[in-house]
Design a protein around this ligand. Sequence first.
Ligand SMILES: NC(=O)c1ccc[n+]([C@@H]2O[C@H](COP(=O)([O-])OP(=O)(O)OC[C@H]3O[C@@H](n4cnc5c(N)ncnc54)[C@H](OP(=O)(O)O)[C@@H]3O)[C@@H](O)[C@H]2O)c1
Length: 331
Amino acid sequence: MSNHATKSIKSVIGFLASLLLLLTGVAGCGAFSQDSISGEAKPTNPRGASEQKPMTSDSALRKTVKLNSGYEMPMLGLGTWTLSNDVAEESAYFAIKNGYRLIDTARYYGNEIGVGRGVRRAIDEGIVSREEIFVTSKIMPGDYQRPDAAIDDSMARLGLGYIDLMLIHQPGRGDEEVYKALERGVRAGKIRSIGISNYYTSDDFERICRIAEIVPAVVQNENHIFYQNKELQEYLRQYGTVVESWYPLGGRGNTQEIFHNETIRKIAERHEKTPAQIVLRWHLQDGYIAIPGSGNQAHIVENIDIFDFALSEEEMQEICALNMRRRFENW
Ligand SMILES: NC(=O)c1ccc[n+]([C@@H]2O[C@H](COP(=O)([O-])OP(=O)(O)OC[C@H]3O[C@@H](n4cnc5c(N)ncnc54)[C@H](OP(=O)(O)O)[C@@H]3O)[C@@H](O)[C@H]2O)c1
């Protein structure tokens, strides 16, 4: 075959592949209409069952989703990866003071002590009660051979009486036993809801479900405008399991690419909001819980100031079309 013919075939294949990517990306769009987070979820996809309807609480700053465990989880929270104990303490306290009710930490981040201090300070000052705060932590692979002790250790470091949501940090040897330990934690009243993190396919999820007595309430995965795992979100709806986005802004070192994206910039200008606010609003309107990480107080305030506007269906579709199935990490 001539070089020219080979090139032509390659370019036709390339075109078809791009078309397929575009079509599958678009086909996964629009699980929820813009009303989703105002409490009147209208699944635009017929498979959209009601279990995952985000619920609304009275305060504009406290949008929550009802988990399959029966507990309400705020849809916007503070991520704390890379924050030291001191910065995590200040950031958690400052975030709560400014309306946040969800804080995400992990044994791996080494800042459960700081997060616990920040939350307890807010409780001691009467800003919130323990019941109003939702704290997530995770068991890291180094602890997969001692998961029951790892739960107790996290509880001791946080010092909050119980953990609202505990996740397996990532798949790994012994993770099914870790999940059983999480279930024991629920029965013992140490943990309220349990879930998994970094399980990207229905097969990954089903492997845990097969041994589970308690269906995972949350799957926390990398998820952002360039990697929209709509298939998993739709699959999980039958279980009432919610997807939580880590790297909602792309993650440290990648945010500028997202903030300078032409589509995001145009929508931001139209709403007189920042690109970060547009992206976060998109996560929530699409039914994802988002936990933007920040140790910067101006950013923390900015990131929760997203409840006074809504993206239109067209804008949601435009952002959906940015999906490239491109992850920034590989764990
Ligand atoms: N389960 C897992 O495997 C896993 C993995 C990674 C992360 N996580 C969790 O998910 C959370 C979110 O991920 P992430 O923190 O890595 O990434 P991210 O939230 O996507 O991005 C954080 C970056 O965005 C910046 N930023 C935040 N708000 C901003 C704003 N309004 N304007 C401009 N820049 C802004 C932060 O800088 P400043 O500090 O300067 O604001 C930081 O550089 C983590 O903190 C962690 O809790 C979980």
